[in-house]
Design a protein around this ligand. Structure first.
Ligand code: GLC
Ligand code: CA
Length: 550
């Protein structure tokens, strides 16, 4: 089947379903709620939706612990609501991709229940090991969420590997039967009409033979022995050859610790096995690898991440562009400024929407939602956050510990979408499963709908503009002033147009940075996040886009 690579002209939206919109009043987001909002997404200029997991799940990791891959959880509306949403999406000319989480399952999945009892063919579906001769754990690996990566199972009398939560046992992808299961899942959804997959931590699925101890990494011990493992490309090629090649679908690989060069092994359009990649470097301008190791925000790091991916994939692979998702605190609070809230939210939109690639907008980002800061630790829901709270920084005061979570927790971006100034931000008529951000009276979709200068309307304009400009979709990318700690300036150019994008990340007024060779006065200012531009100055967090038609 010919691949048309339809995703290249699109803008995607990520729905994290629990907190998107509650349709039945039980306090949790669901597909009925999504159905109500399809026109809202269409009006935003969205062409495709990525659903974080909506399968049956005990919810240990908010759905990333799946107990049945071929069904939709009843609390989200079951298969009936899903088919209705899928149909509604397609009728509006949009696409829909699912989250494929096959590094691990839930421990409540039937496969695991049988595997722990050694019932064939499931006996070797997971990674089981006895203790070492001295009684210690099978190796020294850490889990990403909850302490060590091994948990003892009484039923089987062995340890199982879990790179994430205790309730997320890793599948044994070296077992061909497990790979057949993955293919079955892919076919099941593609045959139903789903347009592709975002593949969760897919670079983790092949572990180094013998599962050796890791003597390299001080934290996240083990990662060099399972990230980009020995058989990864072989397994992905198998999924492609046996299933994905037979559908005009798109795949998006989530890949922690990856460089553009390494990415090409996965997504080179000639030789790769997948289409696009979610890299983490654009999330590391204010931390070292994880949000739990914060550093002050440093713009050159962000620009290096942007530019190295723009240049590194040029002509060979296609970028996925994003600033937010459900795994990191909100971007306005981190890279922008709550003081210059509206200006910086809009500037951040400009900073990435005019790059080359397929942009993704995370729910609430288009409203400039800020980081959620609960006043008590027990208001958090995320398994990683709760573990961090109970196991680290114990010598600090409660206030310091809360501050650490505010800065680092994934829940910062998971509070319910703020639809209106009504009770519970219009998210639910019931008791919300997670508290809403109290600033919803000030930041919400209904009010922004009415205000032409709102963040929401700015996103609409920026997305519409991106789609009109051929230079944004296909043009070259060039960055200026890469070392400046205050401004991000880049140009895009094709045979017909030239664009100049200027973004200030500063709280102070700056001299307007104009790269050599650009005559600003002859360009048309096609996007601005202030009522008026000053001739020689950039206002705090100002963003401008200039256009020259050739
Ligand atoms: C990915 C998901 C994250 C999840 C983890 C384990 O990083 O984005 O939300 O917790 O994988 O599935
Ligand atoms: Ca509900």
């Amino acid at each position: 089947m010919e691949k048309t690579r339809w995703y290249k002209d699109m803008v995607f939206y990520q729905i994290w379903p629990r907190s998107f919109k509650d349709g039945n009043g039980d306090g949790m987001g669901d597909l009925w709620g999504v159905y109500e909002k399809l026109d809202y997404l269409k009006e935003l200029g969205i062409d495709g939706i990525w659903f974080s997991p909506i399968y049956p799940s005990p919810g240990a990791d908010c759905g990333y612990d799946i107990s049945d891959y071929m069904d939709i959880a009843p609390e989200f509306g079951g298969m009936e609501a899903f088919r209705k949403v899928l149909d509604g999406v397609h009728r509006r000319g949009m696409k829909l991709i699912m989250d494929l989480v096959v590094n691990h399952t839930s421990d409540e999945h039937e496969w695991f229940q049988k595997s722990r009892q050694r019932i064939d063919p499931y006996t070797d579906y997971y990674i089981w090991r006895p203790a070492k001769a001295d009684g210690s754990l099978p190796n020294n690996w850490d889990s990403n969420f909850e302490g060590k990566a091994w948990t003892y199972d009484e039923v089987r009398g062995e340890y199982y590997l879990h790179l994430f939560a205790v309730k997320q046992p890793d599948l044994n992808m070296d077992n061909p039967l497990v790979r057949e299961e993955v293919k079955k899942i892919l076919r099941f959804w593609l045959d139903m009409g789903v347009d592709g997959f975002r593949e969760d931590v897919i670079t983790y699925i092949s572990k180094k033979e013998g599962l050796p101890d890791d003597h390299l990494f001080p934290i996240y011990k083990g990662m060099p022995n399972y990230n980009h493992g020995p058989h990864i490309h072989e397994y992905l090629a198998e999924f492609k050859r046996d299933v994905l090649d037979h559908y005009d679908c798109m795949t998006l690989a989530e890949a922690p610790l990856v460089s553009p060069k390494l990415a090409l092994r996965y997504i080179d359009e000639e030789t790769g096995q997948m289409d696009m990649m979610i890299q983490f470097q654009c999330q590391c301008a204010d931390c070292l690898f994880t949000d739990y190791l914060p550093t002050p925000f440093f713009l050159p790091r962000l620009k290096r991440a942007f530019t190295s991916w723009q240049q590194g994939l040029e002509g060979r692979a296609w970028n996925m562009l994003y600033l937010e998702n459900h795994d990191h605190p909100r971007i306005v609070t981190r890279y922008g400024s709550e003081e210059f809230w509206s200006e910086s939210a809009k500037m951040l939109a400009v900073s990435y929407l005019f790059q080359k690639g397929t942009p993704f907008v995370y729910q609430g980002q288009e409203l400039g939602m800020t980081n959620w800061r609960p006043e008590r630790a027990d208001m958090y829901r995320d398994v990683q956050t709760l573990w961090q709270y109970t196991h680290s920084a114990l010598n600090k005061t409660e206030e310091q510990r809360l501050k650490r979570l505010w800065r680092s927790s994934r829940d910062g971006a998971r509070s319910p979408v703020q639809w209106s100034s009504e009770e519970n931000a219009g998210f639910t008529t019931g008791e919300p499963w997670m508290a809403v951000n109290p600033n919803y009276k000030r930041i919400n979709a209904a009010d922004q709908e009415k205000d032409p200068a709102s963040v929401l309307n700015f996103y609409r304009r920026a997305i519409a503009l991106r789609k009109r400009l051929s230079a944004v979709r296909h043009g070259d990318y060039r960055e200026y002033f890469p070392l400046s700690p205050d401004v991000y300036v880049y140009a895009r150019e094709d045979e017909r147009q030239k664009l100049l994008v200027i973004c200030s990340f500063a709280k102070k007024t700056l001299a307007l940075p104009v790269p050599e060779g650009f005559d600003i006065d002859s360009g048309r200012l096609v996007l601005l996040n202030y009522p008026k531009a000053k001739k020689h100055f950039l206002q705090p967090y100002e963003a401008r886009v200039y256009l020259w038609e050739k």
